[in-house]
Structures are given as C-alpha cells and as structure tokens.
Design a protein around this ligand. Structure first.
Ligand SMILES: Nc1ncnc2c1ncn2[C@@H]1O[C@H](COP(=O)(O)OP(=O)(O)OP(=O)(O)O)[C@@H](O)[C@H]1O
Ligand SMILES: [Mg+2]
Length: 276
C-alpha cells in the first residue's frame, strides 16, 4: 500500500529536491547534528528508513543511539539539519509513533497501575487531564495487555513489577498507540532468553503491519530478525543490509570482543556501503 501524505512536499520543494507525494520513506534525516548543552551527541547523520523495514541500531554506550530515537520522536531538537517523519516534522506525526524507552531511564515511583500506563498510549499527544478514554481505548489496551501476556498484571502498581514485567508494560503502551512506526530502545535488555525470543517473534509479526527501529546490544537478534542495521558512534558508520564485518565492528566500537563473543557475523559484509 502506498501512503499519501498531504503537504509533505513543502520542505523538499524548498530545498530543490524532487517533488513527491509517495511516502515510502517513513523517516528521513538529513545532515542532522544534535547534542545537549554545548556537547554534541550525534553529528551529520543522514538516514533514510523505508516503509516496512526492520532496522537494528547498534553502537557503543554513549554513542548516540537513544538520542537518535529522541530526534526521530521530536524530543531532541537538532542543532542543524532536517528530520521528517512521513514527510512531516516529528511533532506533527508523533501520534503515529510508538516508543519503548530504555527501561533503565524510566521512573517507576508513580502510584499508578499497569492498565493506566498502557492507557497513556491512547492519548495521542493529548494531556491526560483533558481526555476521557472511550470504550475503544479500553478494548485496545486489553488487546495489548493480552498480546504481551500481562493481562494478569493489569491492576498491579508499576512499582511492584519485576524489570522484565515492566519492560513488557512499556512495549504494550507503545502498541496501544496503534503506531505506523515503532521505536524500541533496548527493549529486551533485562528479559530472560525465552521472553526475549517471544518479544522478537512478536516484533517480527508486528513488522507485517508497521516499520520498526530497534536499538539493541543483542547481535543475535540482528542476524535473525532485522533486515537493516545502522551503526552509530556519534557519526553513522554504516546503514544497510544486516551484515556485520569485524572491520565494521572495530570501526564502530573500537573493540571487537563483545560482538564476536556472541557468535556473529553469520553474513559478512565485504565492503562498507551506505552513508558512511
Ligand atoms: N539529557 C542529557 N543531558 C546531557 N547529556 C546527555 C543527555 N542524554 C544523553 N547525553 C549524552 O549524550 C551522549 C549520547 O547519549 P545516548 O543516551 O544517546 O547514548 P546511547 O548510545 O543511547 O548509550 P547507551 O548504550 O548507554 O544507552 C552521551 O555522551 C550522553 O552522556
Ligand atoms: Mg541508550
């Protein structure tokens, strides 16, 4: 199916780019640099994510992976460059994006239940105080809780969950958005091997309906589930087919040990292509 986005061509038209209404590109970053205060986190990123793709983002700690997702969400404003989500500024299409934040950075000291957290996914950017949930919202939340197999936790206070249970709540909340684009930031960290596999299988299924970008340190997932990888360490070293070479890993991480210990690569990249 081709998604047609009205008004999506204004920016590119101004920049002298070809004028197109067919939006096969869900995400487009052009020459994006961003950071915090005066310290840069990512520099000169060019990235184009095709509709229906499943992209894994890898890179070392502090390399800018979470920042990249926040740029796509419009939570971090680029210093320079342009970001388009389905041809629009990120804040305009944020209601189409499901986001699973890095669990370690989330605050669970709120006295609210699992169901209330997942319902937040139905807000679509509106302030909770001004929104009355409809029965459809509750139905969708039930479906998401069931899909993540956490229906039995629905009334539990979030502070009383295990790390793995909380991780699944965050995924359920992102699905409650009914997203076109799903962003996951280390969504399987803290999950045991069996549950991780269940989550990956679920993502594979969801990828039939939506585009997925997943930050991960789990390189087995890269070789088995994603069809593209982006390697980032402040700059984007590689974006393309999900094949890793020792040279690329060395370039991105400065150290091959961790990845090779996990038994990758299965497919070897002969030479760097993409946007390096
Ligand atoms: N809110 C913030 N304020 C100031 N600096 C920040 C903030 N968030 C991130 N940074 C810095 O920006 C850089 C990139 O951080 P980011 O969280 O994007 O890395 P990451 O690749 O997600 O790392 P990790 O694998 O540890 O999650 C780091 O140097 C980090 O310290
Ligand atoms: Mg991170």
């Amino acid at each position: 199916m081709t998604v047609v986005v009205e008004h999506s061509f204004n920016y590119f038209e101004k920049q002298g780019e070809p004028l197109t209404r067919e939006m096969d590109k869900i995400v487009e970053l052009r020459n994006v640099s961003a950071g915090y205060g005066t310290i840069p986190a990512v520099q000169d990123i060019n990235l184009s994510i095709e509709k229906g793709s499943f992209t894994g983002i890898i890179g070392p700690n502090g390399g800018g992976k979470s920042t990249l997702l926040k740029i796509i969400l419009g939570l971090v404003e680029p210093w320079t460059g342009q970001v388009r989500i389905l041809g629009q500024r990120p804040e305009r299409n944020r209601h189409l994006v499901g986001y699973v934040p890095q669990a370690a950075t989330t605050n669970r000291r709120f006295p609210i239940s699992v169901r209330q957290v997942v319902l937040l996914g139905r807000l679509a950017g509106r302030a909770p105080a001004f929104h009355r949930y409809q029965s459809l919202d509750h139905d969708i939340v039930d479906q998401c809780l069931a899909r993540l197999e956490i229906m039995d936790l629905a009334e539990r206070q979030i502070g009383q969950l295990s790390g793995g249970q909380w991780q699944r709540v965050l995924i359920a909340r992102a699905l409650a958005v009914k997203p076109v684009l799903l962003l996951l930031d280390e969504a399987t960290s803290g999950l045991d091997a069996g549950v991780s596999t269940q989550v990956y299988e679920l993502l594979r299924e969801l990828n039939q309906e939506m585009t997925i970008i997943m930050v991960t340190h789990d390189t087995m997932a890269l070789s088995s589930y994603v069809n593209n990888i982006a390697c980032i360490n402040h700059i984007l070293h590689y974006h393309g087919e999900s094949a890793l070479s020792p040279e690329l890993i060395m370039q991105v991480y400065g150290c091959p040990v961790e990845l090779i210990a996990h038994g990758v690569p299965h497919r070897v990249l002969e030479q760097h292509g993409g946007l390096s």
